[in-house]
Write a protein that binds this ligand. Structure first.
Ligand SMILES: [Ca+2]
Ligand SMILES: [Ca+2]
Ligand SMILES: [Ca+2]
Length: 407
């Protein structure tokens, strides 16, 4: 009898072990993170197609005998969610995910049955700049500005918080019979694009995983009211970042949703002459009017930096006895240095003056300084030289005439 009881106990133990093999205790994959799309197969079907804590999902998977279902479920008083998914081998897996905004349930119909399925409530949308060109959203995801990959490697993607909208133009027409004016359309500039929309019209711009839905609520003769709604695609579903409305006068711009919207602008560096994408943005051709870095020449460097044209002019030291020089290398502007020192002395009896035509500094002799400080001075010198030459030529011809006359 005792032997029989022992056999029963061993059997029960074996059964519990085999059951636990199907029970998804923490099977640490270490790799799958939230918002990962996975493939379904004949052996394993996941209604939310992967690891999506904010989407309620049910996994139906094949097991030893028949099939079984697992539903995403809230745990630890809603602080965590047990998320089920199918791995690449068609096996049911689970992952525990912390719900930053809490956990909730909803009823889902699946194959004729109703299930109570858990999902993480998306936390309140937020956008925070955590460094230059680096922002973080409410889910802790970090977006870094930089060049794309592959075909997009010459495109610079710039992330920032808030969307800048500019009302660049409003068109309106006169109502027949002198009945005033009627607004027609507004041209908006946002996210590196230009849109012309009529009153009531809606247009969606999609960049990356971001969707921006722009609606023109109203147009007056000199202002426009615009609503921007931003959503973010996460796998097969979208997360709402909210919507905000702004009224802007023609020719002005404003930033909306600074604390929650994520804006992404893509600059195509190939549109610039010799444009190259760098970690700082698009850089284009660099031109130096004084490539020799001659202290006697007022040089100006023009370069496209971060998509904007910039100029660097050779500059006089406040004491006016030295000048610093800029130059181009590999399409970028640099300050010329000798060792650690960027100020180049003009030398004895010389001083640095600002060239009026270019606004750049250059070294001149002190006596000359008075005359050559300005372009006007130069013109005066040239003019007086020309006058002197003309006078000489006249004198020569007079002399020649006199000589011929004597013959
Ligand atoms: Ca889910
Ligand atoms: Ca799932
Ligand atoms: Ca130079």
């Amino acid at each position: 009898m005792k032997k029989f009881a022992l056999v029963i106990l061993v059997c029960l133990l074996l059964i519990s072990v085999s059951v636990s093999a199907f029970w998804p205790f923490d099977r640490v994959t270490g790799k799958v993170v939230d918002n990962t799309l996975m493939n379904n197969s004949d052996d394993c079907i996941d209604t939310d197609n992967g690891v999506f804590s904010m989407v309620p999902g049910i996994v139906r998977y094949k097991r030893f005998l028949g099939t079984n279902e697992r539903v995403d479920v809230c745990r630890s008083k809603g602080r965590y969610l047990r998320e089920y998914y199918c791995d690449s081998k068609g096996k049911m897996r689970a992952k525990t995910i912390r719900c930053k905004g809490g956990c909730n349930t909803t009823e889902i119909e699946f194959r004729g049955d109703t299930y109570e399925v858990g999902f993480c409530i998306p936390p309140a949308p937020s956008c925070k700049e955590i460094g230059p060109g680096k922002i973080r959203d409410e889910l802790g995801k970090i977006y870094r500005s930089g060049c794309g990959k592959g075909d997009d490697r010459n495109k610079y993607k710039k992330y920032s918080c808030g969307v800048n909208i500019q009302v660049s133009d409003i068109t309106y027409s006169s109502i027949a019979g002198g009945g005033g004016t009627s607004p027609n359309s507004v041209t908006l500039k946002l996210l590196g694009k230009s849109l012309t929309l009529e009153e009531g019209a809606t247009e969606t711009i999609t960049i990356d995983s971001m969707n921006y839905e722009i609606t023109v609520e109203a147009i007056t003769q000199d202002s426009a009211t615009i609503t921007l709604k931003e959503t973010m695609r996460v796998g097969d579903s979208t997360i709402d970042k909210g919507e905000e409305t702004i009224t802007l006068d023609e020719g002005t711009s404003g930033i909306i949703g600074e604390d929650k919207f994520i804006s992404v602008v893509v600059d195509d560096c190939s549109e610039l002459a010799d444009g190259k994408c760098t970690s700082l943005g698009c850089y284009g051709a660099c031109v130096d009017t004084d490539p020799e870095n001659d202290i006697n020449v007022a040089g100006v460097v023009t370069v496209i930096e971060k998509g904007e044209e910039k100029t660097y002019s050779d500059t006089c030291h406040p004491t006016k006895n030295a000048v610093k020089q800029y130059y181009c290398r590999n399409g970028r502007a640099y300050l010329y240095k000798r060792g650690d020192y960027s100020w180049l002395s003009c030398g004895r009896d010389r001083k640095c003056v600002v060239d009026e035509a270019t606004g750049a500094g250059k070294c001149v002799d002190k006596e000359e300084a008075g005359e050559t400080t300005s372009l006007e001075g130069l013109r005066r010198i040239v003019q007086s030289l020309q006058e002197r030459i003309e006078a000489l030529e006249e004198a020569v011809s007079e002399l020649q005439e006199a000589l011929f006359a004597e013959e």
